[in-house]
Design a binder for this molecule. Structure first.
Ligand SMILES: NC(=O)c1ccc[n+]([C@@H]2O[C@H](COP(=O)([O-])OP(=O)(O)OC[C@H]3O[C@@H](n4cnc5c(N)ncnc54)[C@H](O)[C@@H]3O)[C@@H](O)[C@H]2O)c1
Length: 337
């Protein structure tokens, strides 16, 4: 029988992009999302419209926190893989609405874990975040780096997911892989993210706020490179590993079937340079208001992707010059600008 994958957060930026790629590979996908209004629901519905053209796709509007409904879905379908991309995303919003993060990212994640265990899912792949590196400034961030100092609740919930997953991998032998994404961008991106806001404001002649005076650095990662990495990880089901040394514990794997991976472009870019490339593509200068660092923001992020490169042959391909152009083309097409 053909395997069925569950993708949660399928109407979201990454969940949608992952689903589209897997549907083109003829995989059977059930997608779940609560279609919340954290950002424009029209964009989520437009993404879904594309997915619904595939006969191997089925959408279920469900909230992760509804255990009964979720259990019913797991009971009716035998999922081999669960790609858990749903979450309350966004660093800054976690200072305004912390309860959303506890609901979706902690309670919701517990429900997914528990049902993946009960229904003996072959592999639970879930989204973590580079924000788990928190106050750590020992660059580049590797999966073996210390992550015990998250600096906002969003990061704390993502780190909690990793430790919750480990407990299930350890107790119930549930294979889990946590993926730390580094600033993802590209077509169909999220309206609360810098590239989206900058593009919209430049086109509409509005001022953009550049926090930390534009000195942020990020490993901006193009969506196709993210999807490629997630699919590679999905295929590599973690096994028990007796080489793990409990006297010198490496946090990136375990003697249980558990793995943690970074996925990034591995190219650190300053926010002001990112903005310059955008201005060039739009043929227009931004009106900029320079502001100090915001509470909860991590000023610099730089990653190591040695693990996914060596273990899974991952090789990110898209440079920001190309990726930003792709985003601008999509934005102008979608918003008819
Ligand atoms: N985009 C990035 O740069 C980035 C970076 C690091 C980590 N991540 C993580 O990757 C994952 C996907 O992010 P994204 O950028 O696609 O975000 P997104 O907000 O576009 O997608 C998340 C989706 O999950 C859904 N969702 C949220 N709470 C839910 C709930 N309780 N029940 C059902 N559905 C719910 C939302 O409606 C949304 O469609 C998230 O876990 C996010 O934290 C993203």
């Amino acid at each position: 029988m053909k395997e069925t994958y569950l993708i949660t957060g399928v109407a979201g930026f990454i969940g949608f992009s992952l689903a589209l790629k897997l549907l083109k590979k003829k995989k059977n996908i059930i997608g779940l999302d609560n279609l919340n209004n954290y950002y424009d629901i029209k964009l989520k519905k437009s993404r879904l419209k594309i997915l619904l053209k595939f006969t191997n796709f089925k959408f279920l509007k469900t909230d992760l926190t509804n255990f009964k409904k979720l259990k019913n879905i797991f009971q009716k379908n035998k999922f081999s893989h669960v790609y858990h991309m749903a979450a309350q995303a966004g660093v800054r919003y976690s200072l305004k609405a912390p309860e959303q993060y506890i609901k979706s990212n902690i309670n919701g994640f517990y429900n997914v874990l528990e049902l993946s265990k009960l229904k003996k899912v072959k592999h639970l792949i879930y989204a973590s975040s580079s924000s788990v590196y928190g106050a750590n400034k020992n660059y580049p961030f590797s999966e073996t780096s210390n992550c015990s100092h998250p600096i906002q609740l969003y990061a704390a919930t993502k780190l909690s997911n990793e430790v919750m997953a480990h407990s299930y991998s350890s107790l119930f032998n549930l294979p889990t892989s946590g993926i730390r994404f580094f600033t993802v961008y590209g077509p169909w991106g999220r309206p609360d993210q810098a590239l989206f806001i900058f593009t919209k404001n430049i086109i509409e002649n509005k001022t953009i706020n550049l926090f930390n005076y534009g000195n942020h650095t990020r490993d901006f990662t193009y969506i196709d490179d993210i999807v490629d990495g997630v699919i590679r990880i999905g295929k590599s089901i973690p096994k028990k590993n007796n080489q793990w040394d409990s006297k010198n514990p490496n946090p990136s794997f375990s003697k249980s079937p558990y793995q943690i991976y970074n996925i990034s472009s591995n190219r650190r870019v300053k926010l002001t340079s990112y903005l310059k490339i955008l201005e060039k593509n739009l043929g227009k200068k931004a009106k900029i208001k320079y502001l100090p660092l915001q509470k909860g923001d991590v000023p610099d992020v730089s990653s190591s992707i040695n693990k996914i490169k060596s273990k899974l042959n991952y090789n990110p391909k898209v440079e920001v010059e190309i990726g930003i152009k792709e985003f601008v083309d999509w934005y102008k097409f979608y918003y008819k600008k």
